[in-house]
Design a protein around this ligand. Structure first.
Ligand code: BES
Ligand code: MN
Ligand code: MN
Length: 463
Protein backbone atom coordinates (compact mmCIF):
# COMPACT_ATOMS: atom_id res chain seq x y z
CA UNK A 1 0.00 0.00 0.00
CA UNK A 2 2.74 2.36 0.93
CA UNK A 3 3.95 4.23 -2.10
CA UNK A 4 6.88 5.92 -0.46
CA UNK A 5 10.54 5.71 -1.44
CA UNK A 6 11.70 2.17 -0.52
CA UNK A 7 14.88 3.54 1.06
CA UNK A 8 12.84 5.78 3.33
CA UNK A 9 10.50 2.90 4.14
CA UNK A 10 13.45 0.68 4.95
CA UNK A 11 14.85 3.34 7.27
CA UNK A 12 11.50 3.75 9.00
CA UNK A 13 11.13 0.01 9.35
CA UNK A 14 14.60 -0.35 10.86
CA UNK A 15 14.11 2.47 13.36
CA UNK A 16 10.62 1.63 14.60
CA UNK A 17 11.60 0.68 18.16
CA UNK A 18 13.95 3.64 18.60
CA UNK A 19 11.24 5.93 17.26
CA UNK A 20 8.76 4.74 19.88
CA UNK A 21 11.36 5.25 22.60
CA UNK A 22 11.98 8.80 21.35
CA UNK A 23 8.22 9.47 21.23
CA UNK A 24 7.99 8.30 24.86
CA UNK A 25 10.97 10.43 25.86
CA UNK A 26 9.20 13.49 24.45
CA UNK A 27 5.88 12.61 26.13
CA UNK A 28 7.63 12.23 29.48
CA UNK A 29 8.29 15.98 29.60
CA UNK A 30 5.20 17.42 31.35
CA UNK A 31 4.82 20.47 29.09
CA UNK A 32 1.56 21.84 30.50
CA UNK A 33 1.38 25.42 29.26
CA UNK A 34 -1.38 26.58 31.60
CA UNK A 35 0.35 25.78 34.91
CA UNK A 36 3.11 28.18 36.01
CA UNK A 37 4.98 25.42 37.87
CA UNK A 38 5.64 23.73 34.51
CA UNK A 39 7.47 26.76 33.05
CA UNK A 40 10.85 24.96 33.24
CA UNK A 41 9.32 21.88 31.56
CA UNK A 42 8.19 24.07 28.66
CA UNK A 43 11.78 25.19 28.14
CA UNK A 44 12.98 21.60 28.49
CA UNK A 45 10.50 20.41 25.83
CA UNK A 46 11.52 23.21 23.46
CA UNK A 47 15.20 22.40 23.98
CA UNK A 48 14.56 18.72 23.42
CA UNK A 49 12.93 19.47 20.05
CA UNK A 50 15.73 21.83 19.02
CA UNK A 51 18.24 19.12 19.87
CA UNK A 52 16.42 16.70 17.57
CA UNK A 53 16.07 19.20 14.73
CA UNK A 54 19.75 20.15 14.90
CA UNK A 55 20.93 16.56 15.07
CA UNK A 56 18.98 15.47 12.00
CA UNK A 57 20.11 18.34 9.77
CA UNK A 58 17.87 21.39 10.19
CA UNK A 59 19.51 24.80 10.32
CA UNK A 60 18.90 27.90 12.46
CA UNK A 61 17.19 25.73 15.05
CA UNK A 62 16.45 27.86 18.07
CA UNK A 63 14.42 28.11 21.22
CA UNK A 64 13.00 31.52 20.45
CA UNK A 65 11.97 33.43 23.57
CA UNK A 66 8.57 35.10 23.86
CA UNK A 67 6.92 36.90 26.78
CA UNK A 68 5.66 33.49 27.87
CA UNK A 69 6.57 30.01 26.53
CA UNK A 70 9.26 29.72 23.87
CA UNK A 71 8.62 29.05 20.19
CA UNK A 72 10.77 26.51 18.37
CA UNK A 73 11.99 27.65 14.98
CA UNK A 74 14.17 25.82 12.43
CA UNK A 75 14.53 25.71 8.68
CA UNK A 76 16.15 23.84 5.83
CA UNK A 77 16.05 25.82 2.61
CA UNK A 78 18.34 24.08 0.15
CA UNK A 79 15.87 22.83 -2.45
CA UNK A 80 15.90 25.67 -4.99
CA UNK A 81 12.86 25.68 -7.22
CA UNK A 82 10.90 23.45 -4.83
CA UNK A 83 8.07 24.82 -2.68
CA UNK A 84 8.56 26.04 0.86
CA UNK A 85 6.23 24.59 3.48
CA UNK A 86 5.87 26.01 6.99
CA UNK A 87 4.95 23.23 9.43
CA UNK A 88 3.13 24.13 12.62
CA UNK A 89 2.40 21.90 15.62
CA UNK A 90 2.28 22.56 19.37
CA UNK A 91 4.40 20.99 22.09
CA UNK A 92 2.24 22.10 25.01
CA UNK A 93 -0.45 19.89 26.49
CA UNK A 94 -3.54 20.27 28.63
CA UNK A 95 -3.51 19.72 32.41
CA UNK A 96 -4.07 16.13 33.52
CA UNK A 97 -6.81 16.43 36.11
CA UNK A 98 -8.84 14.48 37.10
CA UNK A 99 -5.65 12.52 37.72
CA UNK A 100 -7.43 9.67 39.55
CA UNK A 101 -9.13 8.58 36.33
CA UNK A 102 -5.83 7.84 34.56
CA UNK A 103 -4.93 4.17 34.38
CA UNK A 104 -1.27 5.04 34.87
CA UNK A 105 0.74 8.22 35.27
CA UNK A 106 -0.09 10.65 32.42
CA UNK A 107 3.57 11.39 31.72
CA UNK A 108 4.72 7.77 31.82
CA UNK A 109 3.53 6.62 28.37
CA UNK A 110 3.05 3.00 27.39
CA UNK A 111 1.45 1.00 24.59
CA UNK A 112 -1.89 -0.65 25.10
CA UNK A 113 -4.00 -2.32 22.40
CA UNK A 114 -2.03 -0.72 19.59
CA UNK A 115 -2.22 2.76 21.07
CA UNK A 116 0.23 5.01 22.84
CA UNK A 117 -1.38 6.15 26.09
CA UNK A 118 -0.23 9.39 27.71
CA UNK A 119 -0.91 13.12 27.86
CA UNK A 120 -0.01 14.64 24.48
CA UNK A 121 0.09 11.27 22.68
CA UNK A 122 -2.31 12.68 20.09
CA UNK A 123 -2.74 16.39 20.95
CA UNK A 124 -0.30 17.39 19.78
CA UNK A 125 3.10 16.06 20.76
CA UNK A 126 2.50 12.78 18.92
CA UNK A 127 1.78 14.62 15.67
CA UNK A 128 4.71 16.98 16.18
CA UNK A 129 6.89 13.91 16.66
CA UNK A 130 5.58 12.47 13.39
CA UNK A 131 6.94 15.53 11.59
CA UNK A 132 10.29 15.16 13.34
CA UNK A 133 10.56 11.53 12.36
CA UNK A 134 9.40 12.07 8.77
CA UNK A 135 12.07 14.74 8.24
CA UNK A 136 14.65 12.60 10.02
CA UNK A 137 13.91 9.66 7.72
CA UNK A 138 14.42 11.86 4.66
CA UNK A 139 17.63 13.43 6.01
CA UNK A 140 18.99 10.05 7.09
CA UNK A 141 18.48 8.35 3.75
CA UNK A 142 19.47 11.24 1.45
CA UNK A 143 21.25 13.88 3.48
CA UNK A 144 18.67 16.40 2.32
CA UNK A 145 14.98 17.18 2.10
CA UNK A 146 13.03 17.16 -1.18
CA UNK A 147 11.59 20.61 -0.46
CA UNK A 148 12.17 23.64 1.75
CA UNK A 149 10.80 23.38 5.26
CA UNK A 150 10.32 25.93 8.00
CA UNK A 151 9.39 24.62 11.41
CA UNK A 152 7.29 26.66 13.86
CA UNK A 153 6.33 24.71 16.96
CA UNK A 154 4.67 26.66 19.76
CA UNK A 155 4.07 26.04 23.44
CA UNK A 156 0.92 28.07 24.10
CA UNK A 157 -1.71 26.56 21.81
CA UNK A 158 -3.70 25.11 24.70
CA UNK A 159 -3.64 28.57 26.29
CA UNK A 160 -4.95 30.49 23.24
CA UNK A 161 -1.52 31.21 21.70
CA UNK A 162 -0.92 34.48 23.48
CA UNK A 163 2.58 35.08 22.09
CA UNK A 164 2.47 33.59 18.61
CA UNK A 165 0.64 36.40 16.74
CA UNK A 166 3.23 38.95 17.87
CA UNK A 167 6.07 36.56 17.11
CA UNK A 168 4.73 35.90 13.60
CA UNK A 169 4.39 39.62 12.93
CA UNK A 170 7.90 40.30 14.26
CA UNK A 171 9.42 37.44 12.25
CA UNK A 172 7.42 37.91 9.07
CA UNK A 173 10.57 38.62 7.07
CA UNK A 174 12.04 35.18 7.75
CA UNK A 175 8.82 33.20 7.41
CA UNK A 176 8.33 33.31 3.66
CA UNK A 177 6.55 30.12 2.54
CA UNK A 178 4.06 28.87 -0.04
CA UNK A 179 1.71 27.19 2.40
CA UNK A 180 1.30 26.27 6.07
CA UNK A 181 0.69 22.66 7.04
CA UNK A 182 -0.79 22.14 10.51
CA UNK A 183 -0.99 18.66 12.00
CA UNK A 184 -3.25 19.18 15.01
CA UNK A 185 -6.58 17.75 13.90
CA UNK A 186 -7.93 14.26 13.57
CA UNK A 187 -9.59 11.61 11.50
CA UNK A 188 -13.32 11.18 11.08
CA UNK A 189 -15.55 9.03 13.30
CA UNK A 190 -14.56 5.37 12.96
CA UNK A 191 -10.92 6.46 12.50
CA UNK A 192 -11.49 7.13 8.82
CA UNK A 193 -8.83 9.31 7.17
CA UNK A 194 -9.96 12.91 6.96
CA UNK A 195 -8.79 16.39 6.10
CA UNK A 196 -10.27 19.23 8.10
CA UNK A 197 -11.68 21.98 5.92
CA UNK A 198 -12.71 24.39 8.66
CA UNK A 199 -12.23 25.02 12.36
CA UNK A 200 -14.41 26.97 14.71
CA UNK A 201 -13.26 30.12 16.44
CA UNK A 202 -13.63 30.71 20.15
CA UNK A 203 -14.52 33.40 22.67
CA UNK A 204 -13.62 32.35 26.21
CA UNK A 205 -15.00 34.30 29.17
CA UNK A 206 -15.42 34.18 32.92
CA UNK A 207 -18.37 35.41 34.97
CA UNK A 208 -17.83 36.30 38.63
CA UNK A 209 -20.84 37.02 40.82
CA UNK A 210 -20.58 38.25 44.42
CA UNK A 211 -22.79 39.53 47.21
CA UNK A 212 -20.12 40.49 49.75
CA UNK A 213 -16.73 39.62 51.19
CA UNK A 214 -17.77 36.54 53.23
CA UNK A 215 -20.42 33.81 53.29
CA UNK A 216 -23.68 34.63 55.14
CA UNK A 217 -25.81 32.37 57.34
CA UNK A 218 -28.62 31.35 55.02
CA UNK A 219 -31.09 31.33 57.92
CA UNK A 220 -30.32 34.86 59.02
CA UNK A 221 -29.97 36.27 55.51
CA UNK A 222 -31.80 33.89 53.16
CA UNK A 223 -34.65 35.83 51.62
CA UNK A 224 -33.05 39.14 52.53
CA UNK A 225 -30.23 39.23 49.99
CA UNK A 226 -29.65 37.85 46.48
CA UNK A 227 -27.68 34.59 46.36
CA UNK A 228 -24.71 34.70 43.95
CA UNK A 229 -25.07 31.02 43.00
CA UNK A 230 -28.79 31.46 42.25
CA UNK A 231 -27.98 34.64 40.33
CA UNK A 232 -25.30 32.89 38.31
CA UNK A 233 -27.69 30.03 37.50
CA UNK A 234 -30.23 32.61 36.35
CA UNK A 235 -27.66 34.32 34.12
CA UNK A 236 -26.56 31.01 32.60
CA UNK A 237 -30.14 29.97 31.94
CA UNK A 238 -30.58 33.14 29.87
CA UNK A 239 -27.63 32.36 27.61
CA UNK A 240 -29.32 29.60 25.58
CA UNK A 241 -32.95 28.67 25.11
CA UNK A 242 -34.38 25.15 25.20
CA UNK A 243 -33.80 24.75 21.47
CA UNK A 244 -30.10 25.33 21.95
CA UNK A 245 -30.24 28.80 20.41
CA UNK A 246 -27.81 31.31 21.92
CA UNK A 247 -29.75 34.29 23.26
CA UNK A 248 -27.04 36.94 23.16
CA UNK A 249 -28.47 39.66 20.91
CA UNK A 250 -26.62 39.80 17.61
CA UNK A 251 -24.87 36.47 18.22
CA UNK A 252 -25.96 35.08 14.84
CA UNK A 253 -25.67 38.35 12.88
CA UNK A 254 -22.48 37.37 11.07
CA UNK A 255 -23.05 33.62 10.85
CA UNK A 256 -22.83 32.52 7.24
CA UNK A 257 -25.86 30.29 6.69
CA UNK A 258 -25.14 26.72 5.66
CA UNK A 259 -25.76 26.39 1.96
CA UNK A 260 -27.50 23.34 0.54
CA UNK A 261 -24.38 22.02 -1.18
CA UNK A 262 -22.47 22.02 2.12
CA UNK A 263 -25.36 20.39 3.95
CA UNK A 264 -25.60 17.70 1.30
CA UNK A 265 -21.86 17.03 1.53
CA UNK A 266 -21.99 16.85 5.31
CA UNK A 267 -24.98 14.51 5.20
CA UNK A 268 -23.03 12.21 2.89
CA UNK A 269 -20.27 11.64 5.46
CA UNK A 270 -20.45 8.23 7.08
CA UNK A 271 -21.75 8.88 10.58
CA UNK A 272 -23.51 6.55 12.95
CA UNK A 273 -25.20 8.72 15.56
CA UNK A 274 -25.89 5.82 17.86
CA UNK A 275 -22.28 4.61 17.74
CA UNK A 276 -21.11 8.16 18.43
CA UNK A 277 -23.50 8.47 21.39
CA UNK A 278 -22.53 5.17 22.90
CA UNK A 279 -18.79 5.81 22.42
CA UNK A 280 -19.05 8.78 24.79
CA UNK A 281 -21.65 7.09 27.03
CA UNK A 282 -24.08 10.03 26.85
CA UNK A 283 -27.74 9.18 27.54
CA UNK A 284 -28.77 11.19 24.46
CA UNK A 285 -27.38 13.68 21.97
CA UNK A 286 -28.60 17.26 22.20
CA UNK A 287 -28.11 20.61 20.53
CA UNK A 288 -29.57 23.30 18.32
CA UNK A 289 -32.88 22.27 16.77
CA UNK A 290 -32.91 21.94 12.99
CA UNK A 291 -29.33 20.81 12.45
CA UNK A 292 -27.66 17.41 12.28
CA UNK A 293 -25.08 16.34 14.83
CA UNK A 294 -22.20 16.91 12.41
CA UNK A 295 -23.55 20.34 11.52
CA UNK A 296 -23.99 21.25 15.16
CA UNK A 297 -20.51 20.07 16.01
CA UNK A 298 -18.61 21.46 13.05
CA UNK A 299 -20.55 24.15 11.28
CA UNK A 300 -22.79 25.93 13.79
CA UNK A 301 -21.77 28.20 16.65
CA UNK A 302 -22.56 27.23 20.21
CA UNK A 303 -22.06 28.21 23.85
CA UNK A 304 -20.94 26.05 26.75
CA UNK A 305 -20.23 26.40 30.43
CA UNK A 306 -16.79 24.87 30.86
CA UNK A 307 -16.73 25.10 34.63
CA UNK A 308 -18.89 26.37 37.45
CA UNK A 309 -18.09 26.74 41.13
CA UNK A 310 -19.03 28.50 44.30
CA UNK A 311 -20.42 27.78 47.73
CA UNK A 312 -20.19 24.64 49.79
CA UNK A 313 -18.82 21.54 48.01
CA UNK A 314 -18.09 19.33 50.99
CA UNK A 315 -19.89 16.40 52.53
CA UNK A 316 -23.21 16.95 54.26
CA UNK A 317 -24.96 20.23 54.88
CA UNK A 318 -23.69 23.74 55.35
CA UNK A 319 -26.26 26.48 55.36
CA UNK A 320 -24.76 29.53 53.71
CA UNK A 321 -25.37 32.10 51.10
CA UNK A 322 -22.03 31.82 49.33
CA UNK A 323 -20.16 35.10 49.09
CA UNK A 324 -19.45 34.45 45.41
CA UNK A 325 -20.00 32.11 42.47
CA UNK A 326 -18.16 31.73 39.16
CA UNK A 327 -18.43 30.22 35.72
CA UNK A 328 -16.17 29.80 32.70
CA UNK A 329 -18.23 30.23 29.56
CA UNK A 330 -16.93 29.72 26.05
CA UNK A 331 -18.52 30.16 22.66
CA UNK A 332 -17.46 28.27 19.54
CA UNK A 333 -17.72 30.51 16.51
CA UNK A 334 -18.09 29.95 12.78
CA UNK A 335 -17.45 32.14 9.75
CA UNK A 336 -17.88 35.14 9.71
CA UNK A 337 -18.30 35.65 13.44
CA UNK A 338 -15.61 37.78 15.03
CA UNK A 339 -14.85 37.25 18.74
CA UNK A 340 -13.87 40.91 19.12
CA UNK A 341 -17.29 41.99 17.83
CA UNK A 342 -19.14 39.46 19.98
CA UNK A 343 -17.29 40.14 23.21
CA UNK A 344 -19.02 43.45 24.14
CA UNK A 345 -22.39 42.02 23.08
CA UNK A 346 -21.89 39.04 25.37
CA UNK A 347 -20.65 41.17 28.28
CA UNK A 348 -23.52 43.66 27.99
CA UNK A 349 -26.11 40.88 27.78
CA UNK A 350 -24.77 39.12 30.90
CA UNK A 351 -24.87 42.39 32.83
CA UNK A 352 -28.37 43.09 31.52
CA UNK A 353 -29.89 39.72 32.52
CA UNK A 354 -28.12 39.63 35.90
CA UNK A 355 -30.55 40.09 38.80
CA UNK A 356 -30.03 43.12 41.07
CA UNK A 357 -28.45 42.70 44.48
CA UNK A 358 -25.17 41.14 43.34
CA UNK A 359 -22.06 42.48 41.67
CA UNK A 360 -21.26 40.83 38.34
CA UNK A 361 -17.94 40.94 36.57
CA UNK A 362 -17.49 39.57 33.07
CA UNK A 363 -13.99 39.12 31.68
CA UNK A 364 -12.55 37.85 28.44
CA UNK A 365 -9.90 35.17 28.90
CA UNK A 366 -9.06 34.44 25.28
CA UNK A 367 -10.28 34.34 21.74
CA UNK A 368 -9.55 33.09 18.25
CA UNK A 369 -11.17 33.48 14.88
CA UNK A 370 -12.70 30.68 12.84
CA UNK A 371 -10.74 29.53 9.79
CA UNK A 372 -11.25 27.59 6.59
CA UNK A 373 -9.14 25.99 3.88
CA UNK A 374 -10.18 26.06 0.22
CA UNK A 375 -10.50 22.33 -0.44
CA UNK A 376 -9.46 22.71 -4.07
CA UNK A 377 -6.09 24.19 -3.08
CA UNK A 378 -3.33 22.19 -4.81
CA UNK A 379 -1.62 21.26 -1.54
CA UNK A 380 -4.93 20.01 -0.11
CA UNK A 381 -5.33 17.85 -3.21
CA UNK A 382 -1.74 16.62 -2.84
CA UNK A 383 -2.27 15.88 0.86
CA UNK A 384 -5.47 13.97 0.07
CA UNK A 385 -3.67 11.93 -2.54
CA UNK A 386 -0.76 11.17 -0.17
CA UNK A 387 -3.25 10.06 2.49
CA UNK A 388 -4.99 7.80 -0.01
CA UNK A 389 -1.69 6.28 -1.13
CA UNK A 390 -0.58 5.50 2.42
CA UNK A 391 -3.82 4.78 4.33
CA UNK A 392 -5.46 3.00 1.40
CA UNK A 393 -8.51 5.21 1.12
CA UNK A 394 -9.15 8.83 0.20
CA UNK A 395 -9.78 11.18 3.12
CA UNK A 396 -13.17 12.58 3.91
CA UNK A 397 -13.35 16.34 4.03
CA UNK A 398 -14.94 17.49 7.22
CA UNK A 399 -15.60 20.55 9.27
CA UNK A 400 -14.18 20.40 12.72
CA UNK A 401 -15.65 21.87 15.85
CA UNK A 402 -12.32 22.42 17.62
CA UNK A 403 -10.28 25.58 17.44
CA UNK A 404 -6.71 26.35 16.45
CA UNK A 405 -6.71 30.12 16.82
CA UNK A 406 -3.40 30.51 15.02
CA UNK A 407 -4.79 29.03 11.80
CA UNK A 408 -6.57 32.33 11.17
CA UNK A 409 -3.48 34.24 12.33
CA UNK A 410 -1.29 32.50 9.72
CA UNK A 411 -3.78 33.49 7.05
CA UNK A 412 -4.04 37.08 8.27
CA UNK A 413 -0.43 37.80 9.23
CA UNK A 414 1.43 35.88 6.56
CA UNK A 415 -1.27 35.69 3.90
CA UNK A 416 -0.82 31.92 3.65
CA UNK A 417 -3.29 29.12 3.04
CA UNK A 418 -3.42 26.67 5.94
CA UNK A 419 -3.75 22.97 5.19
CA UNK A 420 -5.07 20.95 8.14
CA UNK A 421 -3.53 17.51 7.77
CA UNK A 422 -4.03 15.83 11.13
CA UNK A 423 -3.83 12.18 12.10
CA UNK A 424 -5.37 11.78 15.56
CA UNK A 425 -7.94 9.04 16.08
CA UNK A 426 -11.29 10.62 17.00
CA UNK A 427 -11.48 8.59 20.20
CA UNK A 428 -8.12 9.95 21.36
CA UNK A 429 -9.49 11.34 24.66
CA UNK A 430 -7.70 14.61 23.93
CA UNK A 431 -7.84 16.90 26.99
CA UNK A 432 -9.26 13.98 29.02
CA UNK A 433 -7.81 11.13 31.09
CA UNK A 434 -6.12 8.26 29.20
CA UNK A 435 -5.33 10.19 26.03
CA UNK A 436 -4.30 7.81 23.24
CA UNK A 437 -2.85 7.81 19.75
CA UNK A 438 -3.45 4.80 17.51
CA UNK A 439 0.06 3.65 16.59
CA UNK A 440 -0.98 2.82 13.05
CA UNK A 441 -2.16 6.42 12.53
CA UNK A 442 1.20 7.58 13.84
CA UNK A 443 3.32 5.19 11.76
CA UNK A 444 1.33 5.45 8.55
CA UNK A 445 1.00 9.21 8.98
CA UNK A 446 4.79 9.53 9.04
CA UNK A 447 4.79 7.80 5.63
CA UNK A 448 2.07 10.22 4.45
CA UNK A 449 4.23 13.19 5.40
CA UNK A 450 7.31 11.73 3.68
CA UNK A 451 5.32 11.02 0.53
CA UNK A 452 3.73 14.47 0.50
CA UNK A 453 7.10 16.21 0.88
CA UNK A 454 8.51 14.06 -1.93
CA UNK A 455 5.62 14.80 -4.26
CA UNK A 456 5.56 18.53 -3.52
CA UNK A 457 9.33 18.59 -4.04
CA UNK A 458 9.16 16.75 -7.35
CA UNK A 459 6.04 18.25 -8.85
CA UNK A 460 5.60 21.63 -7.20
CA UNK A 461 2.62 22.71 -5.16
CA UNK A 462 0.19 20.48 -7.03
CA UNK A 463 2.11 17.41 -5.81
N1 BES B 1 -5.96 20.12 18.57
C1 BES B 1 -6.95 20.94 19.17
C2 BES B 1 -7.91 21.53 18.17
C3 BES B 1 -8.89 20.55 17.63
C4 BES B 1 -9.77 19.94 18.48
C5 BES B 1 -8.93 20.29 16.30
C6 BES B 1 -10.69 19.03 17.99
C7 BES B 1 -9.83 19.39 15.81
C8 BES B 1 -10.72 18.75 16.66
C9 BES B 1 -6.26 22.06 19.93
O1 BES B 1 -5.14 21.63 20.64
C10 BES B 1 -7.21 22.58 20.96
O2 BES B 1 -7.56 21.85 21.84
N2 BES B 1 -7.57 23.83 20.84
C11 BES B 1 -8.35 24.47 21.84
C12 BES B 1 -8.18 25.94 21.65
C13 BES B 1 -8.45 26.74 22.86
C14 BES B 1 -7.56 26.43 24.01
C15 BES B 1 -8.31 28.19 22.50
C16 BES B 1 -9.80 24.07 21.72
O3 BES B 1 -10.29 23.78 20.63
O4 BES B 1 -10.45 24.02 22.76
MN1 MN C 1 -3.96 20.46 19.55
MN1 MN D 1 -5.86 20.60 22.46
Amino acid sequence: MTAIDPAVEAHLEATRAARLESYFEFLRIPSISALPEHGPDMVRAAEWIVGELTRMGFEHAEVSPTPWHPIVYADWLHAPGAPTVLVYCHYDVQPVDPIELWETAPFDPFVKDGRVVGRGAADDKGQLHMHLKAAEALFATRGRLPLNLRIVFEGEEESTSVSLPGWLAANRARLGADVVVISDTGFHEGNLPAITESLRGILYTQIDVAVGPIDLHSGSYGGAVENPANALARIISELKDRDGVVQVPGFYDDVRPLDEATRTRMAALPFDEEAFRSRISAPALAGETGYTVLEREGARPTLDVNGIWGGFQGHGEKTIIPAHAHAKVSMRLVADQDPEVLWPKFRDYVLQVAPPGVTVEVSKLGSGRPSATPVDHPVVRAAASAIEATFGRPPFFRRNGGSIPVAATFEETLGLTVVLMGFANPDSNAHAPNETMVLDNYETGIRTICLLWDRLGANGLGG
